[in-house]
Design a protein around this ligand. Structure first.
Ligand code: SF4
Length: 476
């Protein structure tokens, strides 16, 4: 089976990925090693961190045994994510023993959640830096080099790192993530993010457009605009002295206009915030991909209210109907949690029937894991036994598998416009890329005019659950 990593927002295959850029590996006397966990925003933040450190003369390595500084950019969304990081830290102990000058730093959401407690709990750690404090990293490193522990977990209402050009790490040279906002003002009762990422703030539109133009000029052909809640994007236009307000729909249009050859994706949308204006803008531009990640979390209105999602099952379904009306054929993906506090079999059935209705192409499915400090931890009892949470999750996964395979089969016989991202992982004689609606497509290299970054019209001939296979019209 051919496969290409899905363009996921929380991509399991990328957890713990060590970043490096070969072009930069020889630079700098001191070397840092960075490993990332969590969502795409965390991965994008690692690129900002790399940029800050390279600016200060550091080089980058993909081998932690050669590093002077090891950084783990962490995630707190589930207990399992935190345990993985704790386990990983123990593996650095031996290297630190052999090289006492080595510094170990913890960045990201886990750093923000645990603050200096981290240093007390993990003696090995020299630096604890929250997501809004990366500019202070060089000063904190200097402090740590003198034997002090460096901690900065201040959250900011302004920081967007808008002026920092991220260094593209592990890039395929075709697709890139661009942060457009940070933080989240929604207080979903199960989520740590308001405490780890702070309040919402939007990045200046000019710096976003400049970054996207720059990427396009450097050969990139797809940008994914990233934020915890992109539909809340709102800034004032600097060219009108702040008189004109720029919404997310306006921003999408501005990015789409850079070039018809630049594909635009975005994530994540909140069902309560995605507007008709956004949907009509998507319909207007061929290069805005017809694919929306619209996390629902549960199919039961009662559970949704306890989760503080601020919409009902009916409201969510009406949004799906509106998307299908304005954007026929638009791909949909979601997040789903099973076994939230007090969830009954009846609530669970409502989740299954909602999934049947929505026919998601992709779903990120988890069973509920209570996180310290969240509203749910404070006011609800985590009372669904783990085996029930897990059984319900299996039912949700089984249904999703059937639906996603059916979704893939529907593509057979159609022609997909594919942006080529590189060779297929399984064969250098095949290209791999993605369709407009975010499906991985693999096809033989029989058309000599194509290369990485080209678009190809591919007739889909067969599929597996994760990949479409096809041929270009010139393929015999
Ligand atoms: S806690 Fe949330 S915002 Fe932080 S890395 Fe994990 S998924 Fe991303």
């Amino acid at each position: 089976m051919f496969e290409l990593t899905q363009n996921k927002i929380h991509d399991e295959k990328r957890q713990g990925e060590a970043f490096a850029s070969l072009a930069l590996s020889g630079l700098g006397q001191k070397k840092f090693y960075i490993e990332s966990y969590g969502c795409a925003m965390n991965f994008a933040d690692s690129e900002v961190v790399a940029s800050i450190l390279l600016e200060k003369g550091y080089g980058i390595t993909q081998n932690f045994e050669q590093a002077d500084l090891i950084l783990l950019n962490t995630c707190s969304i589930r207990e399992k994510a935190e345990l993985t990081v704790r386990k990983r830290l123990t593996e650095f102990r031996k290297v630190k023993k052999e090289n006492p000058g080595l510094l170990v730093g913890v960045l990201g959401c886990m750093a923000e959640r645990l603050k200096s407690k981290f240093i007390e709990e993990e003696k090995l750690v020299d630096l604890v830096v929250g997501p809004d404090a990366y500019r202070t990293l060089p000063a904190l490193i200097e402090e740590a080099e003198t034997g002090q522990k460096g901690v900065n977990v201040l959250l900011s209402r302004e920081e967007t790192y808008g002026d920092i050009s991220p260094i593209r790490l592990n890039s395929n040279g075709v697709t890139a993530f661009v942060s457009i906002m940070r933080g989240c003002n929604n207080m979903c009762s199960f989520c740590v993010e308001p405490f780890t990422r702070g309040r919402e703030r939007s990045r200046d539109a000019t710096s976003i457009i400049n970054e996207c133009k720059d990427l396009f000029e450097n050969g990139f052909r797809e940008v994914t605009l990233l934020g915890q809640n992109v539909d809340s994007y709102l800034t004032n236009s600097p060219s009108t002295n702040g008189e004109v307000v720029i919404t997310f729909a306006n921003l999408l249009e501005m990015v789409a206009k850079i070039s018809p050859l630049l594909r635009v994706r975005f994530s994540t949308s909140h069902p309560k915030d995605i507007t008709d204006e956004v949907l009509f803008t998507m319909a207007k531009y061929d290069n805005i991909c017809k694919y929306i990640h619209l996390p629902v979390q549960s199919g039961s209105t009662r559970i949704l209210q306890m989760m503080n999602r601020t919409y009902t099952r009916e409201w969510y379904i009406s949004k799906i109907n509106r998307i299908r009306e304005i954007l026929p054929g638009c791909g949909l993906s979601t997040d789903m949690i099973t076994g939230f506090c007090s969830e009954t079999e009846e609530d669970h059935k409502e989740t299954l029937t909602l999934m049947e209705y929505c026919e998601y192409e992709l779903a990120y499915m988890y069973y509920y894991s209570e996180r310290p400090g969240t509203l749910a931890e404070r006011i609800y009892e985590d009372d669904v036994p783990e085996e029930i949470k897990k059984r319900r999750l299996q039912e949700v996964i089984a249904l999703h598998r059937i639906q996603s395979l059916a979704g893939m089969q529907k593509e057979i016989g159609k022609t997909a416009k594919v942006l080529i991202e590189g060779n297929s992982k399984k064969s250098d004689n095949h290209w791999a890329g993605r369709s407009d609606n975010n499906k991985v497509v693999v096809f033989p290299k029989t058309n000599n005019n194509l290369s990485k970054g080209s678009y190809a019209d591919v007739v889909i001939t067969e599929c597996t659950a994760g990949t479409l296979m096809g041929r270009t019209p010139l393929t015999p």
